[in-house]
Design a protein around this ligand. Structure first.
Ligand SMILES: [Ca+2]
Ligand SMILES: [Ca+2]
Length: 462
């Protein structure tokens, strides 16, 4: 199992940078230590259908997971990530999967989580085994990172349509919207796991959702993946438009139930995935647009990756044109190396994957010679003297090199990792550090012999 899982990641992530650079035609022009792009934001697995949620000063990001090598939307679980700076993302694993819902058969597709009553409610579409139709379930947790459990033991709503988005208006009324090919909503009760009245169809008019030509069955641009929110008194439905390939467009209204007015394209068709899916939040004074594309090596319509761009609303709340980039959003602040940082907090990774750690949370594994993890904007200040890491190795171990500003940048220290007798048999190693001053990009570069070298759970400078 361990070897079987590790091989695709090595092949995929190890070639990711080279693939991106070749696409850009930049290989010959880049100096060895050039700062590289950090978008898409997750490289350890393929991710799709981003749904961000801001809570207690962090951005939590709920996604799906495209299995390696997929030739369909083969999705078995949902994943959670979080960040305080939009560039270093912590992997919280999979606290919700098809097995969470006893009634679910397949298809862990696009959902969204929201907080209310001190709990977190995650609405997801999946196939109801009993009916064979797509239905929407709701999972609940006391924590944004789970674990989540099925709140009902049955679907919340079921009409064969997908892509739930949830929103709580200023008056406390919550709404669940969803749909493909139609667009529906229900008014959720305050418990967030039941609703009043019946599912109501939003009229898909060309005034509300734009004009599609060439498909008599679908006269408007609305395709799927609605994302509903309210900002400065204006209600937004941002959605995947036309098919295929999709682009992202939006409509606005002065009431949560419309009537809606089509406002145009946000993100044109781009990025070698024929679907796209949007999630938008404001965080620390900025506005952020999450989406997915096929930009990682091996990526495509069924092997997608979540990315993010920062944007600024125009006058009257308009959303500008947003293009996909390989640089992504700028970092918000810096990362503090003098508190425990999880090894699975990553700006960019090459060759590694993550797994559940026996000491809680996740750890980085599948580490081979030359693999690395980049951590962006690390505020060393006057200088670090010591580096400590929690490590485990069923093999004879290897070396954890600290490099600054590039994977082959200045060497700030090297810790020797011994064999510990197991991949989850943890020990702490320390080594001295020189030259780590100011704010720098930190590369944890893994070197050693052949095969898998060791795992890393967390690290800290002093
Ligand atoms: Ca590897
Ligand atoms: Ca960890």
């Amino acid at each position: 199992m361990r070897v079987a899982l590790r091989l695709p990641a090595t092949a995929r992530a190890g070639r990711a940078i080279a693939g991106v650079l070749v696409l850009l035609g930049l290989v010959a022009f880049l100096p060895a230590h050039a700062a590289r792009a950090d978008n898409p934001i997750i490289q350890t697995i393929y991710t799709a259908d981003p749904a961000p949620l801001v809570h207690n000063g962090r951005v939590y990001l709920y996604t799906g997971h495209d299995e390696d090598g997929s030739t369909w939307f083969t999705m078995k679980e949902w994943r959670v990530w979080s960040s305080t700076d939009m560039v270093n993302w912590t992997d919280h694993g999979s606290p919700l999967s098809l097995t969470t819902f006893s009634w679910a058969k397949s298809d862990a597709w696009a959902g969204q989580a929201i907080r209310r009553n001190g709990k977190f409610y995650w609405y997801v579409p999946t196939t109801n085994r009993a009916t064979g139709r797509m239905a929407i379930g709701v999972a609940v947790s006391d924590s944004p990172t789970g674990p989540f459990k099925d709140a009902l033991g049955r679907p919340l709503v079921e009409n064969g349509e997908i892509d739930p988005t949830v929103f709580i208006d200023d008056d406390g009324q919550a709404y669940l919207y969803w749909g493909n090919p139609n667009l529906w909503y229900v008014k959720l009760n305050a418990d967030m796991i039941s609703y009043s009245g019946s599912a109501t169809q939003i009229p898909l008019t060309t005034a509300g959702f734009g004009t599609r030509t060439g498909d008599a069955n679908r006269p408007t641009l609305f395709e799927e993946g609605p994302w509903v929110y309210k900002r400065n008194g204006l209600y937004y439905i941002v959605f995947a438009a036309k098919c295929c390939s999709e682009f992202i467009a939006y409509s606005t209204a002065t009431s949560p139930t419309g009537p809606w007015t089509y406002r145009g394209t946000i993100m044109p068709t781009q990025g070698s995935s024929f679907t796209n899916h949007v999630g938008i939040v404001d965080y620390q004074g900025g506005s952020y647009f999450f989406y997915h594309n096929g930009a990682l090596t091996g990526g495509g319509g069924f092997t997608r990756s979540v990315a993010v761009e920062k944007f600024t609303y125009g006058s009257g709340g308009t959303i500008p044109t947003i293009n996909m980039t390989t640089s992504g959003a700028p970092q918000v602040g810096t990362l503090n190396p003098y508190v425990r940082q999880e090894a699975e907090t990553i700006a960019w990774a090459s060759g590694v994957e993550t797994e559940t750690s026996s000491e809680g949370g996740m750890n980085v594994g599948w580490i081979e010679n030359g693999d690395y993890v980049k951590v962006k904007g690390v505020a060393f200040g006057a200088g670090a003297r010591t580096f400590t890491a929690r490590v485990a190795a069923a093999s004879s171990g290897g070396r954890l090199e600290l490099r600054l500003d590039g994977v082959n940048g200045a060497a700030a220290g090297t810790c020797t990792v011994p064999g510990t007798g197991g991949w989850q048999t943890w020990t702490t190693v320390s080594c001295s550090v020189t030259g780590a001053t100011g704010t720098r990009d930190l590369y944890l570069k893994f070197t050693g012999g052949s095969g898998y070298l060791f795992n890393v759970d967390w690290w800290q400078f002093s």
